[in-house]
Ligand binder design. Structure first.
Ligand code: ADP
Ligand code: AMP
Length: 214
């Protein structure tokens, strides 16, 4: 099962992708997580990516595509995967389709988690990420058991630099210009599925399991 998560930044792609990965036993591949791990480890890729991420811009396609194509060719991906945050541009989607076609494969579902821009600002302002394992929470909608402390690893939580209000507005504009056209792209491919992302986390997931099968 090869699934792509679409939606604005903060729509809940990562939250749902983790649940899909756990239920359907496929790896969760988040390009944002891969970049953040590279930044943390001080790699060349991380240094390059950070300059774009801090400004709310997309990392150039050439830094993303090969990385994802290599990743989906790894052995743990034979039964599928859930891609979170990729593709984010039409050229990325085309490159993915081309790489998969060369292997006689294709994406099965592109799930668009729909959340209006007004809700996104609250979502991102309340998102907290763990400095250790990268797990994400929300102050109001997905709180930790102990305030400010990660449930999974016990480290502290922070507001991501790119979740600050001024950067969120920029990221939303970038989303509308560069990523939203993918909705048409996957509609034309006949694999687009829409879910309402404004309802609570479990309800969104129920709608996704109806699409993917129980
Ligand atoms: P994305 O991966 O699309 O950027 P996240 O999954 O990180 O988004 O979700 C953004 C924030 O909103 C997180 O703090 C998350 O806990 C919270 N969140 C996710 N889904 C919902 C939901 N259905 N209702 C309320 N809050 C949500
Ligand atoms: P995310 O965690 O998915 O919100 O991603 C955080 C940031 O990483 C984005 O705002 C981009 O700067 C960068 N990024 C993640 N995935 C991609 C991608 N597929 N293409 C370009 N930039 C990306």
């Amino acid at each position: 099962m090869k699934v792509i998560m679409l939606g604005a930044p903060g729509a809940g792609k990562g939250t749902q992708a983790k649940k899909i990965a756990a239920k359907y036993h496929v790896p969760h591949i988040s390009t944002g997580d891969i970049f953040r791990a590279n930044i943390k480890n001080g790699t060349e890729l991380g240094k390059k990516a950070k300059t774009y991420m801090d400004q709310g811009l997309l990392v150039p396609d050439e830094l993303v595509v090969d990385l994802v194509v290599d990743r989906v060719n790894q052995e743990d991906c034979v039964d599928g995967y859930v891609l979170d945050g990729f593709p984010r541009t039409i050229p990325q989607a085309e490159a993915l389709d081309k790489a998969l076609a060369a292997l006689g494969q294709k994406v099965d579902y592109a799930i668009n988690v729909e959340v209006p821009d007004e809700n996104i600002v609250t979502r991102m302002g309340g998102r907290r990420a763990c400095v250790g394992c990268g797990a994400t929470y929300h102050l109001e909608y997905a709180p930790t058991k102990k305030e400010g402390i990660c449930d999974a690893c016990g480290r502290e939580l922070i507001l991501r630099d790119d979740d600050k209000p001024e950067t969120v507005t920029k990221r939303l504009n970038v989303y509308h210009e560069q990523t939203q056209p993918l909705i048409d792209y996957y509609t034309q491919a006949g694999i687009l599925k829409e879910v309402d992302g404004t309802v609570d986390i479990e309800e969104v997931f129920r709608a996704i399991t109806v699409i993917l099968g129980e």
